[in-house]
Design a binder for this molecule. Sequence first.
Ligand code: GRE
Length: 339
Amino acid sequence: MLGKVILEEAFALPRLEEKTRWWAGMFAVDPETHVREMQDLTDIRIQHADKHGVGYQILSYTAPGVQDIWDPKAAQELAVEINNFAAEKVKEHPDRLGAFATLSMHNPKEAAAELRRTVTRFGFKGALVNDTQRAGSDGDDMIFYDNKEWDVFWQTCTELDVPLYLHPRNPTGTMYEKLWEDRPWLVGPPLSFAQGVSLHLLGMVTNGTFDRNPKLQIVIGHLGEHIPFDMWRINHWFEDRKKLLGLDCKKTIREYFNENIWITTSGHFSTTTLNFCLAEVSSDRILFSVDYSFEHFDDACTWFDNTELNTRDRMKIGRENAKKLFKLGEYKDCNAKVI
Ligand code: GRE
């Protein structure tokens, strides 16, 4: 399919190459290729896109990124540097590339102001945040965004009418030591990433973030970070037990998925899982993505282009949902015929 849109596509600052190599050492079989691909924001990824029918990509800063920096001032400075860098790069290719804001999440007002600056000045499409913000004097605290203090930030997202992508990061500090240190191969895609994001997102549901901000749109990757598989059971407990015991969120988990939550195919190229998500979440809330450069365009696009789907669902997932959500203008092959 031509004109596909993808939106969990990482880059890294060339000056932080050693950090990118450290991360690649944990996750990439070929770290040098990974580092090269991460540091290129334009040429290599546009070549991949041309080869695989991707019309438009929304770039975002790699994990753990600014969420790993517990000094608030350093975190804010790095976020601003990354946003200015990305804006310069994507403006060379407005019909191929866009970007999500990178945000320091130490302070909701400061995060809101940087989001506003990047959306209004650079045309960024929203923000991507790597789960909780590390905080405290030794980085062992974690800031969640599911309490009332963060409503000022969420109000800015809805006022600007841009979504936030809640992306994973690695477990750190005491939590890492207690849960993961003795089972390090489960850190990342096999388990810890989904656990982190699903805890955070379901925290937003049960702590009323979506009730207080009913227009808020949150995107999560990896076909829903395990939540769709548990939809029935979560709903069963929320509606049949927890609401009787005092849980006061207004809607059902399925309603929040219909109205506030999107899932992407990033890094999860399984037709079985996609079919399950089509049944449980529906093609109205699914967006195609690659998860470059942790995954390959070839794997993602060959899978999506050949997996059995009716044309309406293929168009919605491949590009039409993203066009509406991100109010995309003209981009390469945006109206190409889909058979
Ligand atoms: C990601 O950021 O999406 C990611 C990693 C490491 C491994 C896989 C992955 O940071 O998708």
